[in-house]
Write a protein that binds this ligand. Structure first.
Ligand SMILES: Cc1cc2nc3c(=O)[nH]c(=O)nc-3n(C[C@H](O)[C@H](O)[C@H](O)COP(=O)(O)O)c2cc1C
Length: 234
């Protein structure tokens, strides 16, 4: 039986929505039935075989809307195969310090909500200077400058590793299928995307440990950096 999967997200400037859409495309191509919903309008998770929740970081926190949804539905989510993806500029830098900061934000979210996802991914987001208002553009430029990032505010910059997003989606599909077909045997599934904990790939935190993980670092974790990706538009 093909799984029915809910992808629920909160976005401010749109990058988390783009990632949610890409995840949904991969899941649909695999034969899954997928509903994608903004967190404010999302249905309860009860009717789904698996749930993917995603949110972006602003001012060092997840949105209160995502916190509210995960908190309200934690019991149902924890009884269902579930994944979380976090989108931030912190994850555009793969060094240990930034990865640890990004993981800390995940743990803060899980601590606040009681949500215990089976798979967690850290994705780098985007810097969309051309969409920001005057004040936000200045603030973001100042912050990014301190990190030696891109400061030309006439361009937007996307740091998301789309291959990693697609691998994450394939893992979710495989995990959901495994859970639907063998409800008691899901722990035997080893996620492909869980082999690397770097932010260029994805990080998997086996808090609930239904997926076994190996956290060896890949080559991309050593080569990626915040100034690498090209400008998107002028
Ligand atoms: C006002 C503002 C504050 C931000 N604060 C943080 C932050 O504290 N840490 C971080 O890693 N990224 C931060 N970001 C970067 C966003 O997480 C990134 O742009 C992401 O792609 C936004 O996703 P969204 O478009 O789905 O909201 C911030 C971005 C903005 C515009």
């Amino acid at each position: 039986m093909d799984p029915k999967i809910l992808v629920v997200f909160h976005t401010v400037e749109g990058q988390t929505a783009h990632i949610a859409d890409r995840i949904a495309s991969v899941l649909r191509a695999a034969g899954d039935t997928v509903d994608v919903a903004e967190v404010d309008e999302a249905p309860a998770p009860d009717a789904y075989d698996a749930v993917v929740a995603g949110g972006s970081i602003h001012a060092v926190h997840h949105s209160r809307q995502l916190v509210h949804y995960l908190n309200e539905h934690a019991a149902a989510l924890n009884a269902t195969p579930a994944a979380l993806f976090q989108v931030s500029l912190t994850s555009a830098n793969p060094d240990d310090e930034h990865t640890s900061t990004a993981q800390g934000l995940v743990h803060e979210l899980l601590g606040k909500t009681g949500f215990e996802p089976d798979i967690v991914a850290l994705f780098a987001g985007a810097l969309v200077y051309t969409q920001y208002g005057w004040f936000k553009r200045r603030v973001m430029r100042a912050i990014v400058k301190r990190e030696s990032g891109e400061t030309d505010t006439t361009h937007d910059y996307e740091y998301t590793d789309w291959d990693a997003v697609e691998q994450f989606a394939r893992d979710i599909d495989a995990f959901a299928r495994s859970s639907v077909e063998h409800p008691s045997g899901a722990s035997t599934y080893l996620g492909q995307s869980s082999a690397c904990a770097c932010s260029s790939c994805i990080a998997t935190i086996a808090r609930n440990s239904r997926i076994r993980t190996s956290v060896s670092r890949c080559d991309r974790s050593r080569s990626a950096n915040v100034t690498g990706p090209p400008a998107l538009s002028s």
